[in-house]
Design a protein around this ligand. Structure first.
Ligand code: DX5
Ligand code: ZN
Length: 218
């Protein structure tokens, strides 16, 4: 099933609670929250207290993308704040197995992400332990960048490996997703689509989400 996860990185963060209410009403399936530490990526955003503050705004799942070094240090905090999916970067974890176990133990769905230059095969040994693979289609750190076409075959490789192993893996893509390319990206086997600027940057967000969904389902 196709799901659209608008990224609040492109929302008005001074009104994060209201933006979550509005994007729920506009038809989002999940809400994507980008946590950046200024070390793993060259940008800073927000942490668990801000997510906790937005949590009562909606019942939609909070899809929390941790772009931070050694996220194992904060898993319990993000779980308590109301995350439903916690996605860590394979490049940011010195002990990925322990990090996955910590997320699972906190009762949260597990995602693991790869940056554009990390091969899909790096995730293969972990696929039976996770719920979602996140293929970054831009270098993480900023919204509004152009999609890197060369990342797309990694989606197909992950889908093929998941199918071979009989796993119902969610594959999410993040970065540069817009109405003009989402059908092409979906054809590689992704089923969850993060969209920042192509939703929050549009005056009619409900129409933007509906357009993305229709184009992905074709
Ligand atoms: C970038 C973030 C993305 C970002 C996507 O590092 O992980 O979630 O918000 O923004 P767009 O959709 O504008 O490329
Ligand atoms: Zn993200």
């Amino acid at each position: 099933m196709i799901q659209i996860s608008p990224s609040v990185l492109s929302a008005d963060l001074a009104k994060l609670y209201d933006e979550c209410v509005a994007i729920d009403a506009a038809g989002a399936d999940l809400i994507h929250l980008d946590v950046m530490d200024g070390a793993f990526v060259p940008n800073l955003t927000f942490g668990a207290p801000v997510i906790k503050g937005a949590r009562p705004a909606t019942k939609l799942p909070f899809d929390v993308h941790l772009m931070i070094n050694e996220p194992i240090r904060y898993i319990a905090d993000f779980a308590k704040a109301g995350a439903d999916i916690l996605t860590v970067h394979i490049e940011a974890c010195s002990d990925l197995g322990a990090t996955i176990d910590a997320i699972r133990a906190a009762g949260v769905r597990v995602g693991v992400s790869v940056k554009p230059n990390t091969p899909a095969e790096a995730l293969f040994p972990w696929l039976d332990k996770i719920d979602m693979a996140l293929v970054m289609t831009v270098e993480p750190g900023f919204g509004g960048q152009g999609l890197i076409e060369e990342t797309l075959p990694k989606i197909a490789a992950l889908r093929a490996e998941a199918d071979r192993c009989g796993l119902a893996l969610d594959i999410e893509v993040d970065g540069g997703i817009k109405a003009e390319n989402i059908g092409h990206v979906a054809s590689f086997g992704a089923n969850i689509f993060v969209a920042g600027s192509s939703v929050f940057g549009k005056p009619d967000r409900a129409a933007a989400i509906a357009t993305l969904r229709a184009a992905a389902e074709q």
